[in-house]
Design a protein around this ligand. Structure first.
Ligand SMILES: NC(=O)c1ccc[n+]([C@@H]2O[C@H](COP(=O)([O-])OP(=O)(O)OC[C@H]3O[C@@H](n4cnc5c(N)ncnc54)[C@H](O)[C@@H]3O)[C@@H](O)[C@H]2O)c1
Length: 268
């Protein structure tokens, strides 16, 4: 066992696949991993941005890095991306599922296209990407780990985004089931539940100063979070530092769910 983010002495740093790694939280995870010497493969619909993140990791952190412009809901594309990633990274000992979309349903409870698209990318792809990478993860041996990027919406309901809320809640359930299933083969599975994080996904929502202020008023820390604040926890969960963590849903939200979204309107 090791006491740092680094791999155990003598064991090469295993590579990590980061879906949705071209933007926001996924891009921050890719950089955070590269900063401690872990090779990364960035898989994203936006192949150009994925290549830029991978190139930044290789150039600035000196790690092996690879990218693929793929739709992670397409099982054939995922299957085809594995071999080149494994070749470039040396081995694959980690997966982070950060690919995601949000589609508000404001005029009706739900429409079928929104439901299908949202469930497909958050939940179905989480299951099938992990499934496709199982041979690599098992071959990496103990120390292999999966992290799903769920959300506080997996813990509290939100009427404007019912499909997203359902998908994130199910991601937590899938994390628990996978931790049970894969733990015996040495693969740990955890997820994180970020709160309001300043990324391109949240940008349209908080572009309205009133909405940003309303969010800030309900977060005990008084601000929205930065992608790096999620990435550092994800890096920890992928590392040997978290060797006994399995099946957890780690909340990283400045305290907003702990206090039920009540406003903090007093002086500290
Ligand atoms: N930003 C927040 O406040 C927040 C809070 C909680 C959870 N999350 C979750 O974090 C994850 C990352 O979100 P973000 O805020 O960084 O958003 P983002 O929009 O910045 O990044 C999402 C990335 O996923 C990629 N992507 C979407 N669909 C894909 C597909 N089918 N195949 C491959 N790539 C695909 C996009 O191209 C994009 O690069 C998502 O799962 C999101 O639901 C975000």
């Amino acid at each position: 066992m090791t006491n740092s983010f680094e791999p155990a002495l003598g064991r090469p740093a295993s590579g990590v696949i980061v879906t949705g790694g071209a933007s926001g939280i996924g891009a921050a995870v890719s950089s955070a991993l590269a900063a401690v010497g872990r090779p990364v493969a960035v898989w994203d619909l936006d192949g150009g941005a994925a290549a830029e993140v991978a190139s930044d990791c290789a150039t600035n952190q000196g790690v092996a890095a690879h990218s693929a412009g793929i739709d992670v809901t397409d099982e054939r594309a995922v299957a085809a991306a594995i071999e080149p990633a494994a070749e470039a990274l040396g081995s694959i000992g980690g997966v982070v599922h950060a690919a995601g979309i949000v589609r508000p349903a404001l005029t009706d409870v739900i429409d079928l296209d929104t439901w299908d698209d949202v469930i497909r990318v958050h939940l179905r792809a989480y299951a099938f990407v992990v499934n496709a990478l199982l041979p690599e993860l098992r071959a990496a041996g103990s120390g292999a780990a999966v992290v799903g990027i769920a959300s506080i919406e997996g813990l509290i309901g939100h009427g404007a985004i019912p499909s997203y809320t359902a998908a994130k809640t199910a991601m937590i359930g899938l994390t628990r089931a996978l931790s049970h299933r894969l733990g015996p083969s040495g693969v740990r599975v955890n997820c994180v539940c970020p709160g309001y994080i300043e990324t391109p996904m949240l940008a349209p929502t908080i572009a309205d100063a009133g909405v940003r202020a309303a969010f800030e008023a309900t977060v005990p820390l008084g601000r929205v979070g930065a992608p790096g604040e999620i990435a550092r926890v994800v890096r920890f969960l992928l590392s040997d530092e978290a060797s006994y963590m399995n099946g957890s849903a780690v909340v990283i939200d400045g305290g907003v769910t702990a206090c039920g979204g009540q406003q903090s309107n007093w002086e500290a």
